[in-house]
Design a protein around this ligand. Structure first.
Ligand SMILES: [Zn+2]
Length: 192
């Protein structure tokens, strides 16, 4: 059996399925009961697969079901794809250097996200993302645009000292607490 997860591109994942799941280890949901042997075993397998992908410069995590992703200080020569991913704890990209776009459309992050001091050559696309915590983009440098259209952020969004080459878009976005743009520089339009 191969994973039947279908990417936005229409392509099927096709990795070997995990045990009796219809999906591979990354596309299989973690059990709801944490701290069980099954949960720990799956988490260890997921971590192994994440590490393999990173070592192979494969940053396609579209639809992946993860607990934590930490790419802090990494140099990433391609874009990052976390479309429709579910991250149950947190996502860290602090000080990362990313050549390409960062895609989180329709993703769900149950904790917070850190991008402070990261450099991203392309755009940051977070349309319809759900973030239960906060997003930290202080001192980030983004060549392209930031799009949070229809995003739902329960905590705060901090773009202090950020440098954004293109547009900053928050149309129909909901931010539970403050959005801070102190000393941020935005190359083109700001849309709320
Ligand atoms: Zn898969």
């Amino acid at each position: 059996m191969n994973c039947r997860y279908t990417f936005c591109s229409g392509k099927t994942c096709g990795e070997p399925a995990w045990n009796d799941s219809e999906y591979c280890i990354l596309h299989t949901e973690l059990p709801h009961e944490i701290e069980t042997p099954e949960f720990r075993r799956m988490l260890a397998e997921k971590d192994k697969r994440i590490k393999e992908k990173i070592d192979n410069n494969d940053f396609n995590f579209e639809g992946a079901q993860l607990t934590v992703i930490d790419l802090s200080r990494k140099r990433i020569g391609t874009g990052l794809n976390f479309r429709r991913a579910v991250i149950s704890e947190k996502a860290r990209f602090s000080n990362a250097e990313i050549t390409g776009n960062v895609l989180f459309e329709d993703a769900v992050v149950r904790g917070s996200m850190w991008f402070e001091r990261a450099t991203i050559s392309g755009s940051v696309l977070f349309e319809r993302v759900t973030i239960d915590g906060s997003v930290w983009f202080e001192e980030v440098t983004i060549g392209g645009s930031i799009d949070f259209e229809k995003a739902s952020i329960h905590g705060q969004a901090d773009f202090s000292d950020a440098s954004i080459g293109g547009n900053l878009e928050f149309v129909d976005a909901q931010i539970g607490r403050d959005a801070t743009f102190y000393k941020a520089s935005i190359g083109q339009d700001v849309m709320f």
